[in-house]
Design a protein around this ligand. Structure first.
Ligand code: TXA
Ligand code: MG
Length: 350
């Protein structure tokens, strides 16, 4: 099936394109659309056959549940049971925006959406095109990131087409997204509430409202071989084709290690903040610049495109230095850690 790409003005999306895309959704089709975090691959969340097409198009295992997108809080009862006072407080503070809440499932939601669970993940996106599409379709939209399974999430329509051309009916193109990493996921069905995935909403902002929020330590347990990954926590996630190597330790020591690798091996790509790229200038490596280290928003926005660029340039391995783990940088750290399949190479002071 040929994919139709429709340009949409982010700032006034009330166009023919939105109407056409909404029609495709109501007819059971797949529509890729921009959100403020990454592009999503949408289908009618209440239509099991349409939802099934998402899994097929992505090559995604049926065990990995989807996020349901809503126009506003008033739509919540269509897909979730009341989440108690915490859900209302968080929704008030963060919606529309990059926060996903896991709540008890409303029985009308097909089990394909939730991978058989009694809980459902929901969010209200802030991107004007996503909102216009939700309103025009009048349907809750199930949408994972619009990439093939285990590829970096798409931050442009080009990325979507690189992965899904011919597998999706319509792509709404309104240019690069603003945040660049996926939403933060908080599970409110457990006690205490748990951060399942760091993302666009920084944990510090959540902790102001949820002081007992715990960071689910799955990564560490998975790394030690003590636990199987929870849904969506597959460590082989966000992986480009190249092998990603993540280094942590004093900056000078990490850069020195990168120099040694890039000078002795071929096909090296380096994904780094501008300061590091400048310090490594002249090395026989291909660089993807993430912008200044002082601008984590910019780094997040460029992260997935950087992985994809180095990949399509044919890099055999991609070297990256682990960022701090606070604020938005925790999400950046998380995506690099997963791209590196859960391995970190510690470098000591030289
Ligand atoms: O920013 C985002 O969240 C993007 C945009 C398109 O909204 N969507 C996104 O979806 O990142 P996806 O499918 O790539 O990630 C969804 C993840 C799953 O992998 C899983 O970790 C979690 O959400 N999830 C979904 N439903 C869940 C549930 N009922 N319980 C626990 N985790 C759930
Ligand atoms: Mg994804």
């Amino acid at each position: 099936m040929p994919t139709i790409t429709l340009p949409v003005d982010e700032h006034s999306p009330d166009s023919e394109a939105i109407r056409l895309a909404a029609e495709r959704l109501r007819a059971g089709g797949l529509v890729a659309f921009p959100t403020e975090t990454v592009y999503g691959l949408g289908a009618n969340a209440l239509d099991p056959a349409a939802v099934h097409r998402i899994f097929e198009a992505k090559g995604r295992p049926a065990s990995d549940p989807l996020i349901v997108h809503l126009y506003d809080l008033a739509w919540l009862p269509r897909v979730a049971q009341p989440g108690g006072p915490l859900a209302a407080i968080l929704a008030e503070a963060f919606w529309p925006g990059p926060l996903t809440l896991v709540l008890p499932r409303q029985p009308d939601v097909p089990l394909a959406v939730t991978a058989g669970r009694d809980t459902v993940a929901v969010r209200v996106p802030s991107h004007p095109v996503a909102r216009a599409l939700l309103l025009a379709a009048g349907l809750p939209i199930a949408a994972p990131s619009a990439n093939r399974f285990a590829r970096p999430s798409p931050t442009t329509a080009r990325h979507v087409l690189d992965d899904l051309d011919g597998r999706v009916d319509v792509v709404l193109d309104s240019g690069p997204v603003a945040i660049g990493v996926e939403s933060t996921i908080v599970d409110l069905t457990c006690e205490p509430p748990a951060l399942l995935r760091p993302g666009g909403a920084p944990p510090e902002a959540l902790r102001r409202l949820l002081p007992d929020l715990i960071l689910r330590a799955d990564y560490l347990a998975v790394e030690r071989g003590e636990a199987a990954p929870a849904p969506g926590m597959f460590l082989k996630h966000y992986s480009p084709r190249a092998r990603v190597r993540l280094f942590s330790g004093p900056r000078a020591a990490v850069l020195q290690r990168m120099r040694v690798i890039a000078s002795s091996e071929s096909g090296v790509g380096i994904l780094a903040v501008d300061e590091d790229v400048d310090a490594l200038a002249g090395l026989p490596a291909r660089f993807a610049r993430l912008g200044p280290q002082s601008d984590p928003q910019g780094v997040a926005r460029r992260l997935f495109a950087g992985l994809r660029d180095l990949d399509s340039a044919g890099a055999g391995q991609i070297l990256a230095r682990a960022p701090e783990r606070d604020g938005l940088s925790l999400a950046i750290w998380d995506r690099l850690f997963r791209a590196a399949e859960g391995r970190i190479e510690e470098v000591d002071e030289t």
